[in-house]
Design a protein around this ligand. Structure first.
Ligand SMILES: [Zn+2]
Ligand SMILES: [Zn+2]
Length: 165
C-alpha cells in the first residue's frame, strides 16, 4: 500500500480527522523518513504517532511524556532529534507563541495558515489570506521584492469560550 504513495498524489488537506486519513498520513510520513535514510525505530514511530494524533501543539517535553508510556526507553534527546528531522522534511512546523517557538504541529497540505488557541493550544489550519495587496504596498514602500510570507493567528477557541476560562 505504501509503494504507490507519492508526495504529489497524496494531497494533505487538513489535520487528520478520521482514522483512514490518519493512516494514510502515517504511511506517507514513514515512507518519506525511510526514503531519506532514517530508520523507523520504535522511538521515532512513537513521536510520529503523537504528532499525528494531536489536535494541540506539542513541545518536545509533551511528546516525551506521552510517548514514554509505551516506550520507556525513549530519551528526550531522541525526541528533539526526531522533531528536527521532521521539520527538515517539512512534515511539522514550529509554532510561534509568546513564551517562544518551542511547540510543534503537523503541517497541513496546500497553502494554509495556523490558528492557535492561546488557552488550550488547540490548532486549526485555515485557507485564504488576501495578502497580495498588502505585499504590493510594502514592496512599493520598501523597494523589496517579496517572495514569501509567514502568518499565524491566535485567539480563544469556541470550546474555551464556552467554558469561560
Ligand atoms: Zn481552546
Ligand atoms: Zn498565505
Amino acid at each position: 500500500m505504501v509503494a504507490f504513495l507519492t508526495k504529489k498524489r497524496y494531497n494533505i488537506r487538513m489535520l487528520p480527522s478520521d482514522h483512514s486519513e490518519r493512516a494514510m498520513r502515517r504511511a506517507y510520513w514513514h515512507l518519506l523518513l525511510r526514503e531519506q535514510g532514517h530508520r523507523l525505530t520504535s522511538g521515532r514511530l512513537a513521536v510520529v504517532d503523537c504528532l499525528l494524533s494531536s489536535e494541540r501543539v506539542l513541545t518536545a517535553q509533551d511528546i516525551f511524556e506521552q510517548a514514554r508510556h509505551d516506550h520507556s526507553d525513549l530519551g528526550l534527546v531522541s525526541v528533539y532529534r526526531t522533531l528536527e528531522t521532521l521539520e527538515e522534511l517539512g512534515l511539522v512546523e514550529r509554532v510561534h507563541q509568546a513564551q517562544g517557538c518551542h511547540a510543534y504541529i503537523a503541517v497541513a497540505g496546500g497553502h494554509r495558515h495556523l490558528l492557535l488557541c492561546e488557552q488550550c493550544g488547540r490548532a486549526t489550519h485555515f485557507a485564504g489570506d488576501e495578502l497580495e495587496a498588502l505585499m504590493r504596498l510594502v514592496e512599493n514602500q520598501t523597494q523589496y521584492r517579496i517572495h514569501q510570507h509567514w502568518l499565524q493567528l491566535s485567539g480563544v477557541c469556541p470550546q474555551c469560550q464556552r467554558s469561560g476560562t
